[in-house]
Design a binder for this molecule. Sequence first.
Ligand code: PLP
Length: 355
Amino acid sequence: MNITITRNPNPATPPTDNFGFGTTFTPHMFVMDYNEGQWHDPRIVAYGPISLDPAAKVLHYGQEIFEGMKAYKSGADGSVHMFRPDRNIARFNRSCERMCMPKIDPDLFMQALNQLIDLDRAWVPQSPNALYIRPTMISTQVGLGVKASTDYIFFIIIGPVGSYFKGGINPLKLKVEEKYVRSAPGGTGSAKTGGNYAASLLPIQLAQAEGYDNIIWLDAVEKKYVEEMGAMNIMFVYEDKVVTAPAVDTILHGVTRASVGALLGDFGIEWVEEHPAIAQIIKDAHSGKLKEVFACGTAAVVTPVGVIHYQGADHTIADGKEGPLTSKLRNALTGIHAGGSDLHPEWVFKVPEQG
Ligand SMILES: Cc1ncc(COP(=O)(O)O)c(C=O)c1O
């Protein structure tokens, strides 16, 4: 399909500093409509509000999905590249399946990303700052019947974001959430849908009021096994292996998680995808068997965990500081983001200059 471009007549000037996260957007966005069983009218237009009928299904039943990915400007030649967008596109289409929404042709998705980012390439900051990319699909059919919508809008908005590590490496203080759960087997945990995040707001807010950065989710059935962090996957480093929850239907299958798994393979370290039992984790933290804990995701890449609160007490991981494997993995990934790394060139998708 041909993507039409209508340029913003009054584009703003890109900021040069203080990017923050998710508050500044570029002058353009990609939009496409779905009705009568097909996608049509793919277009790049000026960034701006979307008009919705108050009875649009998304506003009532939350039939909505999104993705979060990044593009970086490389120090070497100033070119712009996305990190593993093929993975995010595939996950978006898996979310479509679970949420009863129409898929997007991956080639068209990639074309939309390339053309939108190319048009606003002046807004891509130098790595380790990045361009955050937020593809989103919402259901727009008017009517309060609880069933899958017949109409949808797919849009992509983009904007510069600051590096998570601007203030240095600060190991996270996490609280194991023992009351609320994020997802249950058969639920929507592996779909990137807004409701999962709405449900997480209260427990995260409560933990933050107690002084923790975020929470660790346990499985919904036995509340014994670690699933993931607030909005990151989490891994436990032992002398001879790294353990993380398997990519089942209760966790989000992180692109960073998969990338860390591949890097561990490159480094000759065993990566074990088995449900880590929280009681054992705490025991191993005290005995010294547990060497490091880190969380990983698009926002924070790989970030150390210094303290885990469980059953009324804080438990420090090793010396509470970032461990060597955490920093090695973070440096490997940020090196790939910055461009010019020899590791996994197939993860880097250069945005072609179309003029
Ligand atoms: C619930 C949840 N888990 C894990 C992740 C990490 O996924 P990724 O590495 O693809 O950003 C995210 C980030 O989007 C998330 O929201």
